[in-house]
Design a protein around this ligand. Sequence first.
Ligand code: ZN
Length: 181
Amino acid sequence: MVWRGPMASQALEQLIMQTRWQDLDYLIVDMPPGTGDIQLTLAQKVPLAGAVIVTTPQDIALIDAKKGIKMFEKVGVPILGLIENMAVHVCNACGHIEHIFGADGGRKMAQEYGLNWLGALPLSMDIRQQADSGRPTVVATPDSPAAQLYRDIAIKLAAQVALRAKDFSAKFPTITISKDT
Ligand SMILES: [Zn+2]
């Protein structure tokens, strides 16, 4: 669908507020990149436990990730950590590993911004095929090294949420928009 920001924001709000979510442990919303209406709506209208920044290692992606970090800081949403996606390419033919987007961009950024480093995921044909076929890697090949990477990230993330649970007062942030921001 082609929607303007306000319509997309409304649809997101409706989806989150008017769905009969069953006994959820966590509700994770995968956001498109950017710092637009959708991200702001989520930050304003939904009591978030926190945000997770996912970035690829190259500079141009890191610039976007930095904007995201700034936005969530501004609206008072804690950042639970940073995940580097497509950190390395694993060759399907010989298994050799290549840093096609550069090495450690996300890890360095996490250090620079004092964020928790949650882990790195490879650019892998298996992960892509499994996800596209509706059986994510942790289901399709639970004993694979890639599935272990996902579990490690999930455990670190759950720990971050648990650590912050005390502050979970469903307090809505105050958003101020001025010409200089
Ligand atoms: Zn190869």
